[in-house]
Write a protein that binds this ligand. Sequence first.
Ligand code: CTP
Length: 404
Amino acid sequence: MEHALPRKILLGITGGIAAYKAPYLVRALVKAGAEVQVVMTPSAHDFVTPLALATVSKRPVLSELFVRDGSGRWNDHVHLARWADVMLIAPASANTLGKMAQGLCDNLLLACYLSAECPVFVAPAMDLEMYRDTGVQANLGALKERGVRTIGPAHGELASGLVGEGRMTEPDDIVTALHMALVGSSKLAGKRILITAGPTQEAIDPVRYIGNRSTGKMGFALAEEAAWRGAHVELVTGPVALTTDRAGITRSDVVSAAQMAEACKTRFPDCDVAIASAAVADWRPADPAANKMKKGSALGALTLEPTEDILAWMGGVKTATQSLVGFALETDNEMAHAVGKLTRKNLDLVVLNSLRDAGAGFGHDTNQVTLLTRNNDPEALPLMSKAAVAQRILDRLETLLPDA
Ligand code: CTP
């Protein structure tokens, strides 16, 4: 079974015979869409080469806390741990599990583990007597209590020739387990989501247009997060400089508000959720010139006409099983305007952006928003990355969706 797992994974490899399967595990993770950074313990080098792992992960493999070349450089475990969406230790030896349980830190992998705020998974691998040992079981129990999640071990033939529990779960099954734990539990898994993003451009003549400062970053972050949760994303975007190659996203490029409206009208009836994050032009030139207007010809006044409100259209046709999320970008009287939009456009959730907040809104990598629903108090979020804001918006949306 194919799984989409487009996440940043810090893969810790420890010294056990199952480490010979690590390159295959890296390939399986990469094939599922993951970015993989390998960190090895020193003894893992006895079982698998960094060259093989660097080749399949397309990243240098890290092992030491300190780079021993006299440069004084060191591998920043805090940065690595923050980079990762998930940490996976496979194979996890009895020795590393014990050190993790004790909070010890004599290599880079352990330093990363102690710094990690993200979900941590371990795939234990050892001989059956070792696995049954009370000390090992106590360590595993302590780690589980602290939230570390275990994958396996599996039952089968062991390197010793014995048969029993202790075998590392097969790489493909590890990918399946990660997918189920991280993606399969989302209410958005398997759902169809329409997301609008970016600005629109309204032609004045063939070369000039009326546009706005939207870059599409918030919409793309939402699309990537929704795809990560297993949704099928229909991303309808105005002209932006962004790319995404995440599995699960079907991108349609449009230019004008009219084109965006047309694209949404054909897609929305088949969608469970729509999120309108695009900054759609409210007006367009009523009579765009067919040929480029020469500067000699007096322009005079530009006559504008309103564009169709796509979100309001979706609010009007939405069924009881569809959910609708809108954005409100306000400069004054923010809360009242946003609440008005919630009812006027028949929305389930409004994401309020105030242009008064520093670091929020167009072009920034960060955003500061307030989430408004019909029956709950507004939830004001702190300034955070647009990727983190996307997670919070979808978390909130999931609370509004019926149980699967
Ligand atoms: N929107 C839309 N189509 C439009 C205009 C806006 O789908 N033609 C969507 C935006 O994507 C956003 C929400 O509507 O999710 C907010 O739009 P905004 O222009 O701020 O709200 P209006 O209701 O037009 O109110 P006002 O301009 O008075 O603030």
